[in-house]
Design a protein around this ligand. Sequence first.
Ligand code: FAD
Ligand code: NAI
Length: 466
Amino acid sequence: MAYDLIVIGSGPGGYVCAIRAAQLGLKTAVVEKDKTFGGTCLNVGCIPSKALLHASELFEEAGHVFAKMGIGVGTPKLDLPAMMKFKDEGVDGNVKGVAFLFKKNKVDSFQGTGRVAAAGKVEVKGADGKTQVLETKNIVIATGSDVARLRGITIDEKRVVSSTGALTLDKVPQKLLVVGAGVIGLELGSVWRRLGAEVTVVEFLDRILPGMDSEVCRQFQRILEKQGVTFKLAAKVTAIDTSGNRLKASVEPAAGGAAETIEADVALVAIGRVPFTDGLGLKEAGVALDNRNRVQVDAHFATNVKGIYAIGDVIAGPMLAHKAEDEGVAVAEILAGQAGHVNYDVIPNVVYTYPEIASVGKSEEELKAAGVAYNTGKFPFTANGRAKVNLQTEGFVKILADAKTDRVLGVHIVGPDAGNMIAEAAVAMEFGAAAEDIARTCHAHPTLTEAVKEAALAVGKRAIHI
Ligand code: FAD
Ligand code: NAI
């Protein structure tokens, strides 16, 4: 029996695509090489990292903030195996949820490595080595991404780890060296710092979180330094000697110069991710890749080969679960004859540290580079009643609005719960809101979201509480 659609990969791109296609009446199957569904995000990415961030944040609060609120718990004791079990159970619940949704929506699933044998044909090789060929009208490649490696440095996932190993360490390292001050380095660096590790982050560039608004990042770096994280910017790790009891990393200035040695118990390599297309047979099938080995697609997610599409981390764009999901929905709708679309100008970006960093739309640097005149409205959490009473006053909300039309072009938040608050900004931008629209919308008191309203008022220089 031929399928209408076979999706290769069951991450947030692939599984959401399959469910939406099935909802629209397409006979759909998913091929997944791993034992569980959900891809990087559910198994070794978003979900386990957020479980550890949540637990370690509460551990930190119990140790440092509870007493200030009159809650006496003594010095909290870490039970790392129990914390890991909590994380694993969270992952288990989520991956089982995907299996449930496949059944509910009558999506067939095949466990094995998928290969594009030709347009309309997917070969599935099971763990037992047996292969079967499935026939389909359309194929969506949703094979995601893999850890980027540093030349000459072997990741053993015990002492030299990627994010995957950093999510399963069996003891808290006394000293953790993080290579890369991107999202993974700062999130997982935060987890282990809170649990007791001394954390040094080495970053190639002269700033953290490249691509995000630099004012936000400057303030955030200061906050992390206050929390005890050490940064070595404009520096690169060139080698890690694993022969002794402790790792010895050679660190050089990015521009070249004398190397120094940093000792550590564990090194986390978090220098980005690369598209994953191994064993997919794309070359043989004639599917074009771009200059960064991503599957090349047009505005409708179609590759150069008829009937083969691609979405998620394996194509261009931010490597984010919600971007992959929205592309999954869009391509399913296109295949069903509808007008699926993703608005790449309004994709929120959240770093789940404490405080959180969240942004949507353009940064100040991007607006300046594009020559767009804009007004800025800024409001600090020190002036927000709820943040004050909760002892969570670090950070601010910044709204960038077009100087002529007042249309919101970018919103940047450093602060508690920034990841939830950014949704309001995304909805406003999706509806083409002006800062005035946010400023005139009644926000519940006392909430942190009042800082968003005040920042919008500040665009017109009329914030009330500052
Ligand atoms: P993936 O989730 O990578 O899924 C691809 C799937 O395809 C995998 O299951 C793989 O086994 C399967 N596959 C590959 N090749 C084949 C084949 N030939 N045959 C069969 N199956 C195959 N993003 C966020 O938005 N928020 C976060 O908080 C966040 N946290 C993260 C934390 C970490 C530690 C990491 C590593 C990533 C995080 N991300 C986060 C990024 C997010 O995980 C990815 O953007 C997202 O998973 C991409 O989805 P995808 O469907 O494109 O690919
Ligand atoms: P990243 O691209 O966010 O950061 C990598 C950092 O490493 C950059 O700052 C880069 O300049 C630096 N770097 C590169 N080479 C280096 C070298 N040789 N020495 C020192 N520094 C070097 O990549 P990261 O953190 O690995 O995350 C991968 C992807 O996963 C990201 O693209 C992100 O989108 C996604 N992700 C998203 C999360 C979220 O949304 N909260 C959480 C975790 C990951």
